[in-house]
Design a protein around this ligand. Sequence first.
Ligand code: SF4
Length: 605
Amino acid sequence: MVKGFAGEMARVNLSTGEIRKEKINEEWARLFIGGRGYGGKIIYDEVDPTTDPFASDNKVVIATGPATTSNAPASGRTVIVTKAPLNGTIACSNVGGFFGPQIKQAGYDMVIIEGKAEKPVYLWINDGNIQIRDAQHLWGKKPSKVEQLVKRETGPKARVMTIGPVGAKLSRIAAVMFDVNRASGRTGVGAALGSKNFLGIAAKGTGKIEFADPAGLKAANSKARKLLKEKPIPSQGLPTYGTSVLVNIINEIGGYPTRNAQDAYFPTAGQTGGEAIVEKVLIKRGACAACPITCGRITEIREGKYVGDCGEGPEYETTWALGAMCGVDDLNAITKANYLCNEYGLDTISAGSTIACAMELYEKGYIPERDVPFPIRFGDGDAVVKLVQVMGEREGILGDLLAEGSYRLAEHYGHPELSMTVKKQEFPAYDPRAIKGIGLNYATSNRGACHVRGYTISPEVLSWPSAVDRLKYEGKAELDKTFQDFTAVVDSSGMCLFTFFGMANMSDYGSILRAATGMPYSDAELLKAGERIWNLERLWNLRAGYTKKDDTLPSRLLKEPIVSGPSKGEVCELDLMLPEYYKARGWDGGGRPTKEKLEELGLTL
Ligand code: SF4
């Protein structure tokens, strides 16, 4: 058996009710590591890239990695891999919480969901035993309610992942919620499960995972924890202020998309930043399994019309999407809208950006008055709260369109250029006009615009592990490629990407993964595995119909200079970076991996 893995995955066919256990493939564990890589390989081999994401032949892989349960720092991640309802790409959505270790200790590194159930069901996985259970009484309920009822049926120690009401309503921006408030947010993975009448999984495990070199693993983990303790971002910035520590940092360089990215500087951003969150709503920090960083925010609204509401967040991307992107600086309204997104099971980035898009469409007169339940103007925090509700309920024509994401909304009203998306996915809280490398990353990210597929913000803004000029486009192609491949390894390991803020060398992860699995892969081979994973995802997208023309950015970012702030006048020079990027990747001028590159990576078309 492969060390570092539970050794088995469960294949559950909802159409037939059949449950099969399969061994983890040792060669795949070497070539694709686990998590995102291994799950991607399953989707690549087994799902037709041209199928409808809601068709019963789409599959959903829920996967952990070899570092899960190893006590490596922040090693409690779970990924969901499927054909994305939002855009048909190969989606991998990553989440923290405590579910991953439970399912692995219950005996399964991964669960593959196939087919479609006749009626809503959920899985109860209890130390190796798997039952398909009726979920009709839970369908469409909030994650907090589902968790409460499922724990009553399975026991208080079960960890629960569930879709929310919008997953059941097939919203293409539906998340899957873990431990109530942690979201596997992007690309609409919640709707992929909803389309299968699949609510989620309750898991409890007490098994012990065997690691190849327990002493070596302990030493590697200690070293990693020491690195995180020594560096200011993971030991001070993130624990003290949460991820929203970035609000002021990004705004002060003029890279904070504002009012649907009509600008990139928001003068009152400070009222919503990490410091303001600590002062106004924070109750205590939160952490995922085995995580020393504790970037989570447990919060309560203490004043105003939403007083008394409590929950988790907002995180940085949420603060921005429901805040500056909508022109809103009311932290209480942002926090309330964030709670509602969690209750509906909505991806906060896409939800906020879609509302911002609706506001611009409305203010420009492209949405007729008859379609809106109330005026939807930039700067109105209460309108953002109400629009999340309208979206979550799919209420009226506007609610129905909002739940489909900004691309379909803007297209419906004849102005797709006002959707701030790449490959139909809303981009996050960094403006590519002010930070060029992240623009190239958005354009080339395999799941559509994304910051956590290659977080070049780290060198471009935070000067970690070394400073790179954010306004230069030269050198960004190599930088992006390296960050993308590196991230694919971290995502496949089961560890949180934020560990990078202390662990900037592949050897920091390599020593953990080698000790966990006993695999003889070198650091260079691990990085090559990251490149293999990236290319596998690219091949899938090409087969799904994506081409070079989709490696782009919203025209606003290419043509409309930033209006105010420290990055005034900048646009993103994507056309100068993209050919360099293809070259750095060993792809042809059309963005297709060459025969030589595929041979080097051991991949075939
Ligand atoms: S750094 Fe934050 S998101 Fe990552 S595992 Fe730790 S608490 Fe969770």
